[in-house]
Ligand binder design. Sequence first.
Ligand SMILES: Cc1cc2nc3c(=O)[nH]c(=O)nc-3n(C[C@H](O)[C@H](O)[C@H](O)COP(=O)(O)OP(=O)(O)OC[C@H]3O[C@@H](n4cnc5c(N)ncnc54)[C@H](O)[C@@H]3O)c2cc1C
Length: 379
Amino acid sequence: MIKLTELQKSNRAKCIAFADEFVNPDITLRDKTGTFSKTLWEKCSQLNLHGVFVSEKNGGLNYSLQDGLSLFESIGFSFRDNGLSFGIAAQQLSCAITIDKYASNENHIKLLNDIVNGKLIVAHAITEKSSGSNVFDLSSGYSLQNDNNSISIKGEKTYCSNLPVADYMLCYSSALDDLGKNNVCSAFLISTRELGDIKYIDKMGLNTCLMGEVNFEINVDTDALIGKEGTGVSMFQEAITYERLGMASLHLGTIERLINEAIEWVKNRKSGSTYLSSHQAITHNLVKLHNEWLTTRSYMYYLTSKENKFSKLFIHASILKDKVSELYVDSCLKILQIYGGLGYTKKNEIERMMRDAMASKIYSGTSEIQKEIVWKFIS
Ligand SMILES: Cc1cc2nc3c(=O)[nH]c(=O)nc-3n(C[C@H](O)[C@H](O)[C@H](O)COP(=O)(O)OP(=O)(O)OC[C@H]3O[C@@H](n4cnc5c(N)ncnc54)[C@H](O)[C@@H]3O)c2cc1C
């Protein structure tokens, strides 16, 4: 059995109190109107949620992998606003960690401090319409200008979470060689003010996390580079490992709450003279979900134990992310059915959870891509 440490228990209690007071009361309205709340985003810095894995010198908590993932699990458990928690996790896991580890100039460190305190938002931008799951088949390209002080970048990025409200975009692009072909990949931190028109993309769920796309052709200073030139692929692999582990932990927390609430519901809901909990067709579905959740959660905590080196977790991050996203969708489908007519209405949050959960099989690499990664490893 997993025994949370005192820190992990205390973080869970803090998340529950914070969510009940600030996050959960207006989520139905924010979801309906597709509203991102910057006030709430900033407020989350009270718990230092924008600095979970950021070093202490840059204002973060500098948590170990286990304490950080446990905190994300607690956010998933207590926040009923999946868009907010997804947006926070996406920024932390795919941008803040990378900037913290690889930023080389004072300006980036100042920006990171403002990201941690919730004032600035940074969006992660790798996906392009033409590349999709083939992430590094990038059509966007950059080249050093004749003055050697600036870089011209031309390209398009799509499906970027937080982009319509972001101040910066961490953008992956390939160097154009003399023949105009892409070769090495590098990452740039670009002010969204330089980008021109960012288009908002309407979507099925996660309505409080806004998604955007952009076509751009800009010149940036060479110090927009994050990490050394040509290290984009390795920085991305590291970030995506964090992202897959972190998103999986977030969703494990949400699944736990959904199962707990469904158990309470079947124990109290009478249809006619019988309680739903008297039907094995119902309770066995909840038992199956519970058992899958418990074993997957144990795997997550096992991965974060100290004897496992982060560099060995790439493959496990794919296994975990694939398992959790399938369990998340399956839990929502089965639990919606258990709530009957109520489950299909907007009076119950399961319909929103269902819409939100569907995306988990697509972002951070689709379920098919996770299986491709695992297949290469086991074959
Ligand atoms: C809610 C949400 C948030 C996102 N946030 C971000 C973000 O912040 N930043 C960012 O850069 N991107 C983001 N994305 C984009 C996401 O990473 C991509 O949508 C994803 O990688 C798939 O690319 P695609 O949509 O082009 O699908 P495609 O690559 O066109 O794939 C279409 C289908 O074909 C399957 N497929 C493709 N190749 C293979 C293969 N080799 N083997 C088997 N099946 C295959 C896929 O699994 C999928 O089912 C987000 C997406 C969503 C839904």
